[in-house]
Design a protein. Structure first.
Length: 175
């Protein structure tokens, strides 16, 4: 039984390296960073928020997901590179994750994610707490606002703070 799991783990590692090599032949589409909290006992849960930077614009997003083969509790700070993202809407989705990490007080790890649109994220994590993860899982990433007009939240706030022009009639009343 142990040999079976070892073969599956080797297959997942080979698949992960193939995906990384394929993605890194291209220029990154964007970069991201996020913070989350994870906890688990065989099955784990992960939830947090982050920022995707693409073409000089920032897009806030939320994450939540389930991890397999994990035990412990940790706070995660992650940075990553995004590949194969041509449309911002393709960032939303369910990502399959291959991950390995060990945290005792302070640790780190790497994770590789891919969604249904072919978007690939290569993550490096810094973790605080106590956790061991040797599996994978799924992670759902959702942009926090609709991206119909490609406007960032910072642009919206700046526009709402813009001074308003008041027109005055010849009688001196504001309109």
């Amino acid at each position: 039984m142990g040999q079976r799991y070892a073969k599956i783990l080797v297959l997942l590692i080979i698949t992960g390296w193939t995906i990384i090599a394929e993605a890194q032949e291209e220029m990154p589409s964007g970069r991201l960073q996020y913070e989350s909290t994870a906890f688990g006992l065989i099955l784990g849960y992960n939830q947090g928020n982050g920022i995707l930077t693409m073409d000089g614009k920032e897009y806030p997003f939320s994450i939540k997901g389930i991890k397999l083969a994990t035990i412990g509790v940790s706070r995660i700070d992650a940075t990553g590179v995004v590949y194969h993202l041509s449309r911002i809407d393709d960032f939303n989705g369910r990502y399959m994750m291959l991950e390995g990490s060990l945290t005792i007080a302070l640790g780190g790890g790497n994770a590789l994610l891919r969604n249904q649109h072919g978007v690939i994220i290569s993550l490096q994590t810094l973790q605080k707490g106590v956790e061991l993860t040797l599996g994978g899982g799924g992670l759902e990433i959702t942009l926090d606002q609709a991206v119909d007009n490609q406007q960032t939240p910072q642009q919206s706030e700046k526009e709402s703070e813009a001074p308003r022009i008041q027109w005055q009639s010849r009688a001196g009343r504001s309109m």
